[in-house]
Design a protein. Structure first.
Length: 109
């Protein structure tokens, strides 16, 4: 799975100890993206695969801080936003290209 290798590379993970957890995170990221795609699309299209990697990294880094919108300790402050929001424009752009590529029927009467 190329996405697993990409995520591990970005996170600096070299062994396979975390593979099960990372595969679950990747699977959930794929499901999250598919929820925004038209019905009938069974897998994340190649042009949107980078979003799976990005969402998986964000989710991995958030482990232990689930449900928090912000975190502050000793002068350090972290604010969490909606994970998929930055990618919705890319998803919508892909959907638009697919809708424009549909072929219609022409009838001559």
């Amino acid at each position: 799975m190329a996405t697993l290798e990409d995520v591990k590379l970005m996170l600096g993970i070299e062994d396979s100890d975390m593979d099960k957890k990372l595969n679950l995170i990747i699977s959930n990221a794929e499901k999250q993206i598919l929820a925004y795609l038209p019905e009938g699309i069974g897998s994340v299209p190649d042009p949107l695969q980078y979003i799976v990697t990005e969402l998986a990294i964000v989710r991995f880094n958030r482990i232990g801080n689930e449900g928090m919108s912000s975190y502050s300790q000793e002068g350090e402050s972290i604010t969490y936003g909606d994970d998929i929001a930055p990618y919705l424009a890319s998803i919508q752009a892909w959907i638009s290209t697919q809708e424009n590529n549909k072929r219609g029927r022409v009838r001559f009467i």
